[in-house]
Write a protein of this length. Structure first.
Length: 152
């Protein structure tokens, strides 16, 4: 339940499981899901922002190689990123955020790794929408779980 001024909103969530069984997450039932191969987009009905999930399998990538991969993808000459990394057992999580001046979009990036499975989750939206829907975006990212070796 989220309280906003004097109005109370109840947001219902539904579980999505990736077809390959690598991950699952919860998303608001009134949002749209668009899936194309290993990429899932979860968008509010107005499509101002989006959560994008990509799933991959890597043979023996180290955490340092994953950090380099993320920097290669998201850094530019005028934007440096600082990646926070947390390790818990065989799982690693990477997180950073930035603002893209070229597109006027805010980004929040989370990557999770378990053994050879790797999931990249991004949120990108306008600053105004990011503030407005922060709770929903964060909940989707927080409820993203890797299933480990439980998939075929």
């Amino acid at each position: 339940m989220i309280q906003s001024n004097k109005h109370v909103c109840f947001i219902k969530y539904k579980t999505y499981r990736s077809p390959c069984g690598i991950y699952e997450l919860e998303y608001p039932t009134n949002w749209k899901l668009l899936r194309e191969e290993n990429i899932l987009n979860i968008c509010p009905r107005d499509e101002i922002g989006a959560v994008t999930i990509s799933a991959y399998s890597f043979e023996s990538k180290t955490n340092e190689e994953i950090i380099k991969l993320l920097k290669d993808q998201f850094e530019s000459t005028n934007r440096k990123i600082n990646i926070d990394m947390k390790i818990l057992g065989q799982q690693a999580a990477f997180q950073f955020k930035f603002f893209d001046n070229m597109t006027n979009r805010s980004w929040l990036v989370i990557a999770k790794r378990h053994n050879k499975d790797f999931v990249l989750a991004t949120v990108n939206s306008t600053e105004e929408d990011m503030e407005h829907r922060r709770i929903e975006y964060i909940r989707i990212l927080n409820r993203l779980t890797l299933k480990g070796n439980n998939h075929p």
